[in-house]
Each structure stands twice: as C-alpha cells, then as structure tokens.
Design a protein around this ligand. Structure first.
Ligand code: SF4
Length: 66
C-alpha cells in the first residue's frame, strides 16, 4: 500500500489537489492518469509517484479518460 498523498504536500498544493473533488463530474477515478485497481478508495496516480490519491479527489492535471 502506498502512503496517502497529503493535501499539504508541496506538489499537491501546486496542482491544487484535494481529497474531495469540487466538481461532481471530475474526480481521480475518472481521470486518465489514475492507476491501480478500479473500485479502490486510494489509488496510485502517474502525477504523484510513490503516493496514493483518493478516488473522489481531484487536481488541476485532471484529464478525461479516453
Ligand atoms: Fe487525480 Fe490529478 Fe492524479 Fe488525475 S492527475 S488521478 S485528478 S491526482
């Protein structure tokens, strides 16, 4: 299990990452950059190596899954 990304992490702050997305239609679970298993609450993300992001989270690098 990867450690959870903190909202206070400097890179998280730079990309405005939050554990709860402010947009109902955009979240980590439907982002092209999410990795790992569908359905997990905390998952790896290509943008934040070595950390897990919340499936309901969001950051400014969000991109629609193709
Ligand atoms: Fe979530 Fe941002 Fe990673 Fe996409 S790039 S999965 S929105 S943290």
């Amino acid at each position: 299990e990867l450690p959870q990304l903190s909202e206070d992490d400097p890179q998280a702050k730079a990309l405005q990452y939050v554990h709860e997305s402010p947009d109902a239609e955009k979240n980590c679970a439907n982002c092209a950059l999410i990795q790992g298993e569908d359905g997990k609450e905390w998952r790896p993300c290509a943008i934040f190596p070595g950390k897990a992001v919340n499936a309901k989270g969001w950051c400014s690098a969000w991109a629609k899954k193709p």
